[in-house]
Design a protein around this ligand. Structure first.
Ligand code: HEC
Length: 389
């Protein structure tokens, strides 16, 4: 088993690193006419992780990230073959029966990557790879008309919900794989066309709270709020009194967040972040609306991605660890921590400094590529700014 994990991590790292090479993000160059060579950059380097983020306004809470030793013991998730999810009334007849007959199949065999084209396809696979199953969205919701009314989710021209996919991890069990990069960074246009990498517009908060209010006990909903948005070093504590707030009220906060904006971990449900486009991200030296994350090289993009797939929940913000059960004690690696995001695959990603030329060049962005199309700039992190709420 351990061996398998090692191989899989290698697979992903390899795909990404090759993106780095093709993109020119690495020192090595590719001579496509001859050998397609690979250099795997080291993602989790303690010295580089120490200053990948700028210090916070209150430096006491500047995140101290997990060590490389810890990071490299975390198991890597496999990427399974996935299948389109059709909206209510748009599914071909017999589709579910057909799905239930499919065998599990993993993707991304590094040995099959022979050239830049394979690499680009591998990048897209990683971009679309889910890290959770039946979380935020699960099969019964897709059949529930009130889910559509409450979330206002758009449906693509071909009848699919392109933000997530069905995944078969075990024959006969059809799950929805969620929280891929693509779930948030895919835009469905009014005419039903899909643009990967543009400002995402899945109604994430509405869907998440619709699901959570149905399936989680109130204390867990509050724990999640603490894990996602807690900033106990800010005085007064923006979350003081949370235990007394009815879950219905918390649900209203989330339901008020429109598609394209997200109460992401580290922001606040009262000042959520706009989902930026990734088109042109290569030109941006500092990431996020807070501008806190440095983008010195393609490897920083890999670090950014790992951080945002759960690794930042394991950092210590002046002793506060958002992903720890008690918010203080780092879980053992591979353990399922409180909000389960600790089981994240911690992948590196295909979105390098030159995504248009590389992993995403299969996508029709080039003409619209712009690094200035950032939309709302107001959202800031309570972790960086002493705001309340
Ligand atoms: C749950 C939704 C969600 C998922 C999943 C997600 N992102 Fe994001 N992404 C966001 C939001 C929201 C922001 C803006 C955060 C901020 O400004 O603080 C963002 C910002 C970014 C940025 C910064 C862009 C800029 O110009 O500052 C990059 C790069 C990025 N995401 C890449 C990725 C990649 C790669 C993945 C998959 C590994 C991913 N994202 C998964 C929601 C998501």
């Amino acid at each position: 088993m351990q061996k398998k994990f090692v191989a899989l991590r290698f697979a992903v790292l390899m795909a990404i690193s090759m993106v780095a090479i093709v993109s020119g993000g690495s020192r090595q160059t590719v001579n496509e006419a001859s050998v397609f060579s690979v250099h795997v950059p080291r993602v989790w380097d303690d010295a580089d992780m120490a200053d990948v983020e700028l210090p916070l306004a209150d430096p006491i809470a500047t995140p101290k990230h997990i060590s490389a030793e810890y990071y490299y013991r975390i198991p890597v998730r496999p990427i399974y073959k996935s299948y389109p999810v059709y909206a209510l009334g748009r599914e071909p007849q017999g589709y579910q029966e057909w799905l239930s007959q499919q065998e599990p199949e993993t993707l991304l065999d590094p040995w099959k990557i022979k050239d830049a084209g394979d690499l680009i396809r591998a990048g897209e696979i990683v971009f679309d790879a889910p890290i959770f199953y039946n979380a935020v969205v699960k099969p019964p919701l897709i059949k529930d008309p009130t889910w559509y009314e409450n979330t206002g989710v758009l449906v693509a021209k071909d009848g699919t919900l392109p933000y997530f996919k069905y995944v078969i991890r075990e024959k006969g069990r059809v799950e929805i794989g969620t929280v891929s990069c693509g779930m948030c960074h895919t835009r469905l246009m009014a005419d039903g066309t899909v643009i990967k990498g543009a400002q995402g517009n899945f109604p994430f908060d509405r869907a998440a709270i619709f699901n959570a209010a149905q399936s989680l006990p109130p204390e867990r909903v509050r724990l999640l709020q603490r894990s996602l948005f807690g900033a106990p070093w800010v005085k007064p504590d923006p979350q003081a009194g949370l235990d007394q707030i009815p879950v219905a009220e918390i649900a209203q906060w989330h339901a008020a967040i429109p598609p394209g904006v997200l109460a992401r971990q580290g922001s606040s449900v009262h000042s959520p972040a706009q989902i930026p486009d990734l088109i042109g991200v290569k030109e941006r030296m500092y990431l996020d609306h807070s501008g806190l994350v440095r983008h010195r090289s393609v490897v920083d993009m890999m670090r950014y991605s790992a951080l945002n797939q759960g690794a930042d929940d394991l950092a210590s913000y002046g002793g506060f660890i958002p992903g720890a059960r008690d918010f203080r004690t780092l879980p053992r690696e591979g353990a399922i921590a409180m909000n389960s995001s600790m089981r994240s695959r911690f992948i590196s990603t295909p979105c390098g400094r030159r995504p248009i030329q590389t992993s995403l060049m299969v996508l029709p962005f080039a003409a619209k590529a712009s690094s200035s199309n950032r939309g709302v700039e107001a959202a800031t992190r309570p972790r960086s700014t002493p705001i309340t709420g």
